[in-house]
Each structure stands twice: as structure tokens, then as C-alpha cells.
Design a protein around this ligand. Sequence first.
Ligand code: HEC
Ligand code: HEC
Length: 204
Amino acid sequence: MKNKYFILIMLLIVGIVLGFTSTSSDTHTNDTTTPRNHDTTTQKDEPFDKMMQVLTHKRCVNCHPAGNRPRQGEDSHYHNFGVQRGEKNHGIAALKCEACHHEENNEYSGVPGAPEWSLAPLAMQWEGLSRVEIAKSMLDPKINGGRNLEQIVKHLTEHALVLWAWEPGIDSEGNPREVPPVPKDEYIAAVKAWAASGAVIPKE
Ligand code: HEC
Ligand code: HEC
């Protein structure tokens, strides 16, 4: 009787010890390998990742749509009132962008505003493109309005339509528009760091 209990307890102890050493050696391996590998990838692509989290956000893509109609709101629905691109990207006839969109957000009507409010030219459409495709088109002078890297960085970090995304105001129902997931300062630093390290576009 006594012996049986003794053996059971010994088995339990051995089990616990074995279990403990095997989990602790697992954690040990994880500690030394996984985070290190993980760190190198994040460090290398981090500026690009941060930048693209902004560029793929609807505050940008709503105005860089595929086709000839701006998009609105968090669900990127077609712009109300049948607003169209028009020949010069500023709308048509009575529905010119500047008829409604002024230099600043209108907090009463919910019409967003910033200087030069108009639709990004069709060639600069980002809707439906992957991060890599957006980055490639952004760096292509045939598409990007003949800009070199320095000018693209300037546009990305200083242009009023870009910076508007962090002060997008409220919509016509009084709800605040969502801002991009990366704070403005961090985004600007990421764009500059990415450009300074050679503007490398990683594989998808
Ligand atoms: C008749 C007035 C009117 C005209 C003309 C007009 N807009 Fe708008 N636009 C609005 C209103 C109102 C909203 C806000 C709707 C809401 O948030 O509920 C809006 C919202 C938008 C948004 C949404 C921003 C976002 O991220 O949610 C974009 C982009 C936009 N307009 C682009 C344009 C462009 C480009 C033109 C010209 C081609 C244009 N609009 C012409 C009234 C107008
Ligand atoms: C209200 C509409 C609007 C919004 C919002 C907007 N853009 Fe644009 N974007 C434009 C227009 C118009 C042009 C063309 C201007 C030019 O070439 O001078 C443009 C051009 C660009 C270009 C240069 C051309 C290219 O595609 O390489 C970049 C880069 C760009 N936008 C980035 C952004 C980013 C990033 C955001 C969001 C944080 C944004 N834009 C939000 C209208 C908009």
C-alpha cells in the first residue's frame, strides 16, 4: 500500500520535472532564435510597412480611386450627387469640386477641405493595387507627374492633401473620419528613412 503511493508520487515528480525542463528548453530556444530573426525583418522593412499602412488607407485611396468617381467614407462608397472626375480632375459643370470643397474642413456641413482639392489623375489610381504596385507607380516619373525621389518625398511629407488625412474632420452625419493607423510624425519619419536607405521596394 505504502509502496504504491510512493511509486505514484515518484512518477508524478519525474513527470513534472520532465515537463518543466522540456517547456523551459522550448522557451529557451525561442528566446534566442525567434525574436532575433523577427527583429531583423521588421527593422529592415519597418519604414516601408509604416508608410504603406498610410498610403493604402481610405483617406488616401478615396481620392486615388480606380475609374472616374471619388469615393467617400469609411466604406469607400461612390461619392454622392454623381460627382465625376471631369477632364481636369476637378469635376464637371456645376459639380466642380471647389463648389463644395474649400481650403478647410467645413465642420457644419461635414464637407472635407484642403487647398487644391481635386481627384488624383487616373494614372495615379491606387484602389485595388497592392502595396508594391502603389510604391512602384509612385516612383515612376511617367506616372507620378515627372517627380524624382526627392520631390515624391516632399509631396508625401508636406502636401496639404496628404497632411489632411490626419485632420480629416467630421462627416456629414457628425462622425469623426478615421485617421491613418500611423501617427503623422512617425509616418513622415518613416518616409524619410525609407528614401534615405535607397527607397527599396520589398517583394510582396
Ligand atoms: C455638391 C457638393 C460636392 C461636390 C461638387 C464634390 N464634393 Fe466631395 N464631398 C462632398 C460632401 C458633402 C462630402 C462629405 C460626405 C460625408 O462625409 O458624408 C464629400 C466627401 C468627399 C470625399 C471623401 C473623403 C473621405 O475620405 O471620406 C472625397 C475624396 C471627395 N469628396 C472628393 C471630391 C472630388 C475629387 C470632387 C470633384 C471631382 C468632389 N468631391 C466634388 C460634397 C461635394
Ligand atoms: C482630395 C484628394 C486627395 C487626397 C485626399 C489625397 N490625394 Fe494624393 N493626389 C491628389 C491629386 C489631385 C494628385 C495630383 C497632384 C499633382 O500631381 O500635383 C495627387 C498626387 C499624389 C502623389 C504624387 C503622384 C503619385 O501618385 O506618385 C502622391 C505620392 C500622393 N498623392 C499621395 C497621397 C497620400 C499619401 C495621401 C493620403 C495620406 C493622399 N495622396 C491623399 C489628390 C488627393
